[in-house]
Design a protein around this ligand. Structure first.
Ligand code: GLA
Length: 722
C-alpha cells in the first residue's frame, strides 16, 4: 500500500510487516523518515529535529540548523554539503553534484520492468509503484526514484533513473538505493568466500567507520554476493530485527554500511563505482539495477523464508520455478575431458538403472577440446568423440528413459580456436598488450552486438540440433584488459555494457527455449546471484563436492536463495577437491539437502553394493523431492562440529530432517535437536526409526541423535504425518 499525505508531504509505503516513510521538506528536499516494523500511521507529531552542528554546511543562508550532512537523505549527491558516501556522483560542465529537489510523483498499480535488466515482477493486484522525480535546476537533470511495494510478499523494490535535459553529464557512481538509519548498533550479515568455498555466512559487528564488500571482476564473484543485511546484535533464528538488501545484478557491484559521527548508519547497494562511469548526452537516461529490500522482526528463519518465497514468486521467470527438478548424472568428475560416446552411454546406462532422470554431458564435446586450452567458441560437435553427434547421443540417452542436457561456456573464446583465428577482435583485450590469461581463455566482448548475435545463433543452432532439455551455462574466468573508448574525458562503461549484452543473450535464449531448464555456473558459485536466477532457476553452487565442505556452502546459499536453486551432487571418494573420504550415506544426505540433486562420479566403476545404495538414495529423493525443493527450510541446532536442518512441506504432512556430525569426539555429549515447522497436534511416523511421535513432542522435547563414534556421520529422518 502506498499513501501520500499532501498536507505534510509524507509518503507512507506499507507491506504486511514493515513501513517505509519519506517526507518532502519545505525546501523540497526528500528525506527518509522511517523503515521498520509496520505502523498504521506516521503522524505529524513525529517531527524532524534540526540542530546547529559544527562544520555542517547549510544550503539556506541564515539557517545553521539545516545541513545535508546531518539529514537522513533519501538519495544523496556528492559535493554539495553531505560528506557521507553519496548515492549518486556526477561531474559535468557545471561542476560536481546535484541539488535534488522534489518535483512530482506518480503512484500506479503494477510494476514496470527495467529496460535491458532483470527485475522483479508481479500482477497489478500484487504490487503498487511509486515514482518520485527529483530535479536539479542548474544541470537540468531529473532523477527518478522507483519504489515497488510487494505488500503480501513483504518486499520493496528500489531503483533510480537519471535523465538529462539540455546538458550532458558524466555519472561517476550511482547506487540502487542508500538508506540512513537512526542507529548504528548493527551486525552486518553477508556471504563471503572463495573458489570452492562460496557463500560463507559472515557476521561482522558494525563499529565505527565503514564496512564494504564488492566486486570489480566483471561478475559478482566467488568471494562476495550482492547481498547485505543489518541485524540486531542478539538476533536468533526466531526473533530479532533484520534489514536485508539484494541486488538483482551479476556484474561489478558494491554494498556498504557506514556509521556517521552522529551515530547514524548509511547503507546501500548498487553498481560498483570503481572502474565505472557513464556518459549521458543531452536527453538520455541511465537506469540502475534493482535492489530488493525487506525487513522482519521475527529473526533469521523468517528472513530466509521470506526471501525464498519472494524470489520464487516474483523473480524467477522460468516455468520450472516450482516444478520437480530432475535427478541428474553429470560426467565431469567421472571422465573430465577424456570420454567417448561408448563411455558416456555406459555411464548413462548404469545411471538409468538407478532411477536417475537426466544425463548432463559436461565440457569437452565440441571443437578439438581435449583439455581446457582450446576450442571455446567453436560450438560444433567433435565427431571423433561423438560419432553420432549430439542428436544421436541424445536419442540413445532418451532411449534409456532419461533426458539429455549439455554444458556450454558461451561467453568465452580460446586463443586456440577457429573463432579466435577468424575474429581476434571479438575477444576483450587491449591492442598492443599481451593478453592476460586465465585458464588459457579470453572473454568475448559482449558490448559488441555482433558478438552477442554470434553467441545467440551458435547456441540456438546446437539447441535445435538435438533433444536437449537442460543447459549448464558456465563462465570460467573474469574480465581484464578492457579496451575503453576515451571520449569526453575518461569513461569506464565497459563492464556494464558487457552485462547488458549478456542479459540480452540470456533474455533471447531463455525466451526462445522455454522448455529447457537452465542452470548457471561459474566454476561453481562464481556468479550465483539474483541477476542470473532471474533467467536460470538453478545454479551449480560450488565445484567443491566434498560433503563436509558443502555444509557451509549450502547453508550460506540457502540463507537467501531458494533451496531448489541449489545444485548439489554426490561425488567420488577420495574427494577430488580435498581428498576426504566420507561415507556414501553422508554424501547422499548432504546432497539431498540441495534442491537440484544429482551425481557426478563414474558409476561404472562402483561395486554393486554402492549402486544399490545409490538406487535407494534416488528412490528416497523422489519421495521427498517436493518437500526439499518447495517446502519451508529451517536451520536447527548447530555447532562448529554439527549441523541440522529440516524441510517441511506446505501442508505439514512431510518433513525431512538431516543431522551431520563432522568429527567423532571422546566421551561425546548426547545431542538433542528440537525440530521446527511441524503440526503440533499431528502424529508423525518416522520409517527409519520405526516410531511415531506427536509434532509438539518433536518440536519441544526434540530428538536425541544417535551416538555413533565415527567421523563424517550423518542421519536423515523422514517424518510422514499419519
Ligand atoms: C567449471 C565448472 C565445472 C565443470 C568445468 C568444465 O569449473 O564449475 O563443473 O563444468 O568448468 O570445464
Amino acid at each position: 500500500m502506498i499513501r501520500f499525505y499532501a498536507e505534510n508531504g509524507l509518503f507512507h509505503l506499507q507491506t504486511c510487516e514493515f513501513s517505509y516513510v519519506m517526507q518532502v521538506l519545505d525546501n523540497q528536499q526528500l528525506v527518509h523518515r522511517y523503515f521498520g516494523k509496520k505502523v498504521n500511521r506516521f503522524s505529524s507529531s513525529n517531527k524532524m529535529t534540526y540542530l546547529d552542528r559544527a562544520f555542517a554546511p547549510s544550503p539556506i543562508s541564515g539557517n545553521r540548523t539545516f545541513s545535508l550532512d546531518a539529514l537522513p537523505l533519501e538519495y544523496s549527491s556528492n559535493g554539495l554539503g553531505d560528506f557521507r558516501s553519496a548515492s549518486i556522483e556526477v561531474r559535468n560542465d557545471f561542476g560536481v553534484g546535484l541539488d535534488l529537489k522534489y518535483r512530482a510523483h506518480r503512484i500506479s498499480k503494477g510494476k514496470p520492468a527495467l529496460e535491458g535488466l532483470p527485475s522483479s515482477f508481479a500482477t497489478d493486484d500484487e504490487v503498487e509503484t511509486l515514482e518520485i522525480d527529483l530535479y536539479d535546476a542548474l544541470t537540468d537533470i531529473t532523477l527518478t526514484l522507483f519504489y515497488s511495494v510487494f505488500e503480501e510478499a513483504n518486499f520493496l523494490a528500489r531503483s533510480a533513473k537519471i535523465t538529462t535535459g539540455e546538458h550532458a553529464t558524466k555519472i561517476e557512481g550511482c547506487l540502487s538505493f542508500t538508506l540512513d538509519m537512526p542507529r548504528k548498533d548493527f551486525v552486518v550479515h553477508s556471504l563471503m568466500g572463495r573458489y570452492g568455498y562460496e557463500k560463507e555466512w559472515t557476521r561482522t559487528p558494525l563499529t565505527s567507520g565503514r564496512y564494504e564488500i564488492g566486486s570489480v571482476r566483471g561478475a559478482s564473484g566467488h568471494s562476495q554476493t550482492p547481498f547485505i543485511a543489518l541485524a540486531d546484535e542478539a538476533i536468533t533464528e526466531d526473533s530479532g530485527e533484520i534489514y536485508t538488501a539484494h541486488l538483482v545484478y551479476s556484474g561489478n557491484f558494491k554494498a556498504f554500511a557506514e556509521t556517521s559521527p552522529l551515530h547514524h548508519t548509511r547503507w546501500g547497494i548498487g553498481l560498483n563505482d570503481q572502474a565505472f562511469s557513464w556518459q549521458l548526452e543531452a536527453h538520455q537516461s541511465f537506469q540502475t539495477p534493482e535492489a530488493l529490500l525487506s525487513y522482519t522482526d521475527q529473526g533469521l528463519t523468517a528472513m530466509t523464508q521470506t526471501s525464498h518465497a519472494f524470489i520464487k514468486r516474483h523473480l524467477v521467470r522460468s516455468s520450472f520455478v516450482d516444478k520437480a527438478r530432475p535427478i541428474l548424472i553429470n560426467n565431469w568428475e567421472a571422465t573430465y575431458f577424456d570420454f567417448t560416446e561408448e563411455k558416456i552411454l555406459e555411464l548413462a546406462q548404469t545411471a538409468s538403472q538407478t532411477g536417475i532422470e537426466l544425463f548432463v554431458l559436461d565440457d569437452g564435446w565440441f571443437g578439438r577440446r581435449d583439455d581446457d586450452e582450446s576450442s571455446l567458441g567453436d560450438w560444433f560437435v567433435n565427431r571423433a568423440k561423438l560419432p553420432h553427434g549430439l542428436e544421436g547421443l541424445a536419442r540413445s540417452v532418451n532411449g534409456l528413459g532419461m533426458e539429455f542436457g549439455l554444458w556450454f561456456e558461451p561467453e568465452m573464446i580460446s586463443i586456440d580456436s577457429e573463432l579466435y583465428r577468424a575474429h581476434p577482435d571479438w575477444a576483450i583485450q587491449i591492442t598492443g598488450r599481451d593478453p592476460i590469461y586465465s585458464r588459457e581463455q579470453l572473454v568475448l566482448d559482449l558490448s559488441q552486438d555482433q558478438v552477442c548475435d554470434y553467441i545467440i545463433d551458435s547456441v540456438t543452432r546446437i539447441l535445435e540440433s538435438a533433444n536437449i532439455t537442460y543447459v549448464k551455462w558456465d563462465m570460467n574466468r573474469n574480465i581484464t584488459s578492457m579496451p575503453e573508448t576515451v571520449a569526453n574525458g575518461e569513461r569506464y562503461e565497459f563492464h556494464h555494457r558487457y552485462m547488458l549484452g549478456l542479459y540480452r543473450i540470456l533474455e533471447t535464449l531463455t525466451m526462445r527455449f522455454p522448455h529447457i531448464l537452465f542452470e548457471s555456473c561459474s566454476g561453481g558459485g562464481g556468479r550465483n546471484d539474483l541477476g542470473m536466477i532471474y533467467y536460470m532457476p538453478q545454479a551449480w553452487a560450488s565445484d567443491n563436492t566434498d560433503a563436509i565442505g558443502r555444509l557451509s556452502i549450502q547453508e550460506g546459499t540457502s540463507l537467501i536463495y531458494p533451496v531448489n536453486s541449489l545444485g548439489a551432487h554426490v561425488s567420488a571418494v577420495p574427494n577430488h577437491q580435498v581428498g576426504r573420504v566420507t561415507p556414501l550415506e553422508t554424501r547422499g544426505n548432504v546432497a539431498m539437502m540441495g534442491g537440484a540433486f544429482g551425481y557426478e562420479l563414474d558409476l561404472t566403476s562402483l561395486e554393486q553394493e554402492e549402486i544399490d545404495e545409490i538406487t535407494e538414495q534416488v528412490a528416497t529423493y523422489k519421495s521427498i523431492r517436493a518437500t526439499v525443493q518447495n517446502g519451508q527450510c529451517y536451520r536447527l541446532a548447530r555447532t562448529s562440529n554439527t549441523q541440522s536442518t529440516i524441510y517441511v512441506n506446505e501442508d505439514q504432512s512431510q518433513a525431512v530432517f538431516t543431522f551431520v556430525k563432522i568429527l567423532a569426539q571422546p566421551e561425546a555429549p548426547l545431542i538433542q535437536v528440537r525440530l521446527k515447522g511441524l503440526d503440533p497436534e499431528a502424529q508423525y511416523h518416522c520409517p527409519r526409526l520405526k516410531e511415531t511421535f506427536y509434532g509438539d513432542e518433536l518440536m519441544n522435547i526434540g530428538l536425541t541423535m544417535p551416538h555413533v563414534q565415527k567421523d563424517y556421520f550423518s542421519v536423515q529422518y523422514i517424518f510422514n504425518k499419519l
